[in-house]
Design a protein around this ligand. Sequence first.
Ligand SMILES: Cc1cc2nc3c(=O)[nH]c(=O)nc-3n(C[C@H](O)[C@H](O)[C@H](O)COP(=O)(O)OP(=O)(O)OC[C@H]3O[C@@H](n4cnc5c(N)ncnc54)[C@H](O)[C@@H]3O)c2cc1C
Length: 389
Amino acid sequence: MSHPVVIVGASMGGLRMAEALRRFGYTGAITVIGDEPYAPYNRPPLSKEVLAETVSHEAVAFEQRDSTADVNWMFGTRVQATDLEHAVVTDVNGDVHPYSALVVATGLRSKRLTVPNGELRGRHAVRTLDDAIALRRELVPGARVVIVGAGFIGCEVAATARKLGCDVTIVAPGTHPMQRPLGTELAAEMQRRHEAQGVTFRMKTAVTDLVGTLAVDGVALDDGTTIPCDVLVEAIGSHDNTEWLEGNDLDLATGVRTTNDLRAVKSTGEVWDNVFVIGDLARFPNPIFDNECRRIEHWNIPTETAKRAAQVFTGNAQGDFRPIPSFWTDQYDNHLLAYGVLSLADEVKLIDGEISGDCVFGYYRDGDMVGVCGIGMRSVVQRYRANFV
Ligand SMILES: Cc1cc2nc3c(=O)[nH]c(=O)nc-3n(C[C@H](O)[C@H](O)[C@H](O)COP(=O)(O)OP(=O)(O)OC[C@H]3O[C@@H](n4cnc5c(N)ncnc54)[C@H](O)[C@@H]3O)c2cc1C
């Protein structure tokens, strides 16, 4: 009997891969190994609507479809290593799992602050369901919440914490929140909208240490000041979960480099025919934009990459893989929707609406549109999506 397809990572990418393998006709065995104790669940609500209400697995779990009922799900099991030459992975218990094809779907984990006085209670990150459960308990009215990092997750948590009656300060090194993806004008406008909701920004500032004995009660900044703090949220980016792939001569510089067909590439340029990378970790070339390998850490990518990898594995792939990157974020009643890769732009301009209300920005590289992002005006933003097909 041939070995199963082994998918490492039992989150959105892992689930969508198992579903897509069945959809494209693969009838052999599938094993999915994930280190979290839960069946696959959806992460975006963990910083938004679910964080504002009751955080539970039922609130975020993905539907389990009949097509994957016969999959061997191994939750709470961490994969420690892989030997691509011998086509096996080894889990923390020392059990060895041979595979016919390997799917890498281990995503990211939160980066944490490194500070001298770091061993304190009250420090939080927001990546997993357990993170959100722990944070939700502390977001009580009047709590002084300091969020380090002004990216999407930091800003979403800020909006949710304000909704829950917390006192919120964001500390970050940049000039405006979400500036790298959104560009200066839209980022400045989003800062204004957060400030109008009562959020305090300490931009161009870094945390040097934490204050407190058992729990955090202050955050020391590099301008010599200290902010009082009951709840610290560290939203400063992420690390790749790729340690288990080390020693196999893969290009792990950022994510895992792949071909356009999502097959892992050795540092020599040779390709592993039976090793696929999907989701946040896949660094692949997308001919919509150019030949550069890039990773795209947006919600639509695990589904799109899983579908493509399953098509390639089952011999159903046609043409180039050209997924349109897309993200949304909800902060108060501001619903932002974007298509493309905004960070590629050398020019950003308002193309519809009013900056102080609903509006749409276009992102251009050498005069060609590489992204579009709107606050509201969903149907207008969706019309521009056609530019990337
Ligand atoms: C709080 C939050 C809010 C978000 N909001 C948005 C949004 O509004 N819009 C948007 O477009 N995107 C959003 N995203 C991003 C989106 O959720 C991710 O792009 C998506 O979850 C990536 O899925 P993945 O399966 O590739 O990786 P992950 O979801 O990271 O899953 C990887 C899984 O593999 C497990 N794992 C890691 N190492 C091992 C190992 N060695 N052995 C076994 N298992 C392992 C991990 O524990 C995890 O369960 C958000 C993400 C977060 C965290």
